[in-house]
Design a protein around this ligand. Structure first.
Ligand code: PNS
Length: 158
């Protein structure tokens, strides 16, 4: 049986923690679709196209991974694409509370299953918003995002 999973998120921008999950998912599943949520009424640090381009550049070596965007409900997107499994990274108990609730809702509303991938310990403290805060304050974020993402962030935020 061939298993396709979706890794959904805002990815504004993608971090080393997200990329670790994508890489590990691509090693375990037949096909991985990274789906970037596009919210027309909410403008982030990067546009959805920019976020997709950054992820594409960092995942170019993964032949079974594609980057896409979606709007509306994740269950509708997955049904359209014929994907039945969501793969989400979990950094700790705070994430798990929130992710479990979403997983249960997605299963109830659209029959989607969710698998949780434990974040690598060295990435467990990373979040896009904290990295942006540190960068804005002049702190060092080396290794928390790929170099290309750091350059883009510095260009946008400082
Ligand atoms: O990176 P994030 O912000 O934690 O990602 C959250 C995301 C995009 C996975 C979640 O908000 C989502 O799936 N949004 C799409 C709308 C939806 O389906 N909402 C119901 C979730 S149960």
């Amino acid at each position: 049986m061939s298993i396709a999973v979706v890794c959904p998120g805002s990815f504004d921008p993608v971090t080393a923690g997200h990329l670790d999950v994508f890489e590990r998912a691509a090693a375990r599943f037949d096909r991985v679709v990274v789906a970037v949520l596009g919210n027309p009424s909410k403008h982030g640090t990067f546009t959805v196209d920019e976020r997709c381009e950054l992820i594409e550049a960092e995942t170019d070596h993964l032949d079974n991974l594609e980057v896409d965007r979606f709007e509306g409900l994740l269950v509708d997107y997955c049904n359209r694409r014929g994907i039945g499994v969501v793969c989400k990274g979990v950094r700790g108990s705070g994430d798990l509370d929130y992710e479990l609730q979403m997983a249960q809702m997605n299963r109830r509303v659209g029959g989607l299953e969710t698998v949780f991938m434990a974040a690598s310990p060295e990435h467990a403290f990373l979040s896009s918003s904290l990295i942006k805060e540190v960068l804005r304050g002049g702190g060092d974020v080396t290794g928390m995002v790929p170099e290309r993402v750091e350059v883009a962030l510095r260009d946008r935020l400082t």
